[in-house]
Design a protein around this ligand. Structure first.
Ligand SMILES: Cc1ncc(COP(=O)(O)O)c(C=O)c1O
Length: 463
């Protein structure tokens, strides 16, 4: 999480400003902002103080930057509230929550075509970042075992991936001393390509990561072709390199919208897959999943069994205590939507993304980098000839209309290109997409010095 400095000096004694209604009898007194107050306040007062402060947060549904779920049914929310106190690690106290986690892992293994000849194994995590760390750790350990068994040095492992990977993979490499071998992207491809992936592998490569739904533009990497290039590398006497699929978003999209696309355990080279339950799994933040194709893909020494909480259950996780609510909510969604429900939700998102892409293109100053035909996210840049403003100006302009649409440079190799990205999530209706388009048109007019500009040159704020 964000790192925060310790406030000292004058700031350390700065008080919170309480509205007079919240301190009617003067019983609350001065409440320091950065220090624990000597005494507390009534729950209703504390609630209101925190509630008021949170008004400054944005409106999550208008945040088109995030992949993370911002809408759930009331019943799903109720279950989450009911399970807020359940600790996921406490399998003995909450055996049904553990049973529900098991069912979810089974459903995902099945959705990702785990074979009944193998014994797929998986677990829930806090999100895809933790799931990727676990997937990466398993790859690194297996590589080390292979090297040690062959009497070879095992001190300089590397992981091959596109320069477009999400930051969690660079984190994994830095935290566990693995060389991140980032394959540059380029004008022809915004993602990892099969030949480049194979060309970057050597005897010290613990694995290749293919991303199903690139964070930068939503495109699916060609997982089957990458697997094919790695098969050919091994068949030609080169290293036999396993593949992990980072399906943070696509793991919950492709099974429903692209059932014929082979990217999962149908490909023998794919050893493990992660996905975020809290992205297109449609659960509020705090849940991810990782599944290995076979128990053999998960080295035993990474699995811990503890009995402090009663009972004994093998676990693989970076943390210990974790809320059970999100896992329960995932199961609720699986029951509530079923296969057809997920398909309809994701299809609606993809259709809205395509609709938006066509119209954004029609506005004139933009060129589409992706149109939402991977995961439902579209990225667009300023088209030539340059209209005299940047994507950063457009992002700022949209903020004044209440929309959060990020602008950023593409990864190394393409970093002279800056894009805007819109993630179409469950709950971002066609109506809202139409409103976004209206705002975008207004912003473009204003940036071009058109008729919609405010007379004093400042933008008005629209909620
Ligand atoms: C491809 C990819 N991998 C991993 C992550 C990290 O996921 P999480 O936020 O669930 O930790 C993201 C997040 O956007 C992502 O897009």
């Amino acid at each position: 999480m964000a790192l925060h400095p310790h406030e000292t000096g004058d700031r350390s004694t700065e008080p919170l400003h309480l509205r007079p209604q919240l301190d009617r009898a003067g019983e609350t007194g001065e409440v320091p902002r950065f220090r624990l107050a000597s005494r507390g306040m009534p729950p209703a007062t504390a609630y209101q103080v925190v509630h008021d402060e949170l008004l400054l947060d944005g409106s999550a549904r208008l945040n088109l930057a995030t992949f993370v779920t911002t809408y759930m049914d009331r019943e799903g929310e109720m279950l989450m509230a009911e399970c807020a106190a359940k600790n996921m690690i406490d399998k003995d106290e909450y055996p049904q929550t553990a049973e529900i986690e098991k069912r979810c892992v089974n459903m995902l293994a099945d959705l990702w075509h785990a074979s009944s000849d193998e014994r797929a194994t998986g677990c829930s995590t806090t999100g895809s970042s933790e799931a990727c760390m676990l997937g990466g750790l398993a790859l690194a350990r297996r590589w080390r075992h292979r090297r040690q068994a062959a009497g070879l040095p095992a001190d300089r492992p590397n992981l091959v991936m596109g320069a477009n990977v999400q930051v969690c993979w660079e984190k994994f490499c830095r935290y566990w001393d693995v060389e991140p071998r980032l394959v540059p992207v380029g004008p022809g491809a915004t993602c990892l390509t099969p030949d480049a992936a194979a060309a970057h592998c050597d005897d010290s490569t613990v694995g290749v990561v293919a991303v199903l739904g690139s964070t930068y533009d939503g495109a699916y990497e060609p997982v089957a072709a990458i697997a094919g290039a790695l098969d050919a590398l091994a068949a030609g006497g080169g290293p036999d390199v396993p593949l992990h699929v980072d399906g943070a978003s696509g793991g919950f999209v492709a099974p429903f919208l692209d059932p014929d696309l082979e990217w999962d355990f149908r490909l023998p080279r794919v050893q493990s897959i992660n996905a975020s339950g809290h992205k297109f799994g449609l659960v509020y933040p705090g849940v991810g999943w990782v599944v290995w194709r076979d128990a053999a893909a998960l080295p035993e020494e990474l699995v811990f069994t503890v009995d402090y909480l009663g009972g004994a259950m093998p676990t693989f996780a970076l943390n210990f205590s974790r809320p059970g609510a999100q896992v329960v909510a995932q199961y609720y969604n699986f029951l509530r939507l079923g296969h057809e429900g997920y398909r309809r939700v994701q299809q609606e998102c993809r259709d809205t993304a395509a609709w938006l892409a066509d119209r954004i293109e029609g506005l004139g100053p933009f060129a589409l980098v992706s149109r939402g035909d991977g995961i439902p996210a579209l990225a667009f840049r300023i088209a030539a000839p340059e209209p005299g403003f940047t994507v950063y100006d457009v992002s700022d302009g949209l903020r004044a209309h209440g929309w959060l649409v990020p602008a950023y440079a593409m990864p190394p190799g393409l970093d002279d290109m800056a894009v805007l990205r819109v993630v179409v999530r469950n709950g971002f209706s066609r109506d809202l997409a139409g409103k976004l388009l209206d705002s975008l048109g207004t912003v473009v007019d204003k940036l071009r010095g058109g008729s919609q500009s405010q007379p004093d040159g400042r933008s008005g704020f629209h909620h």
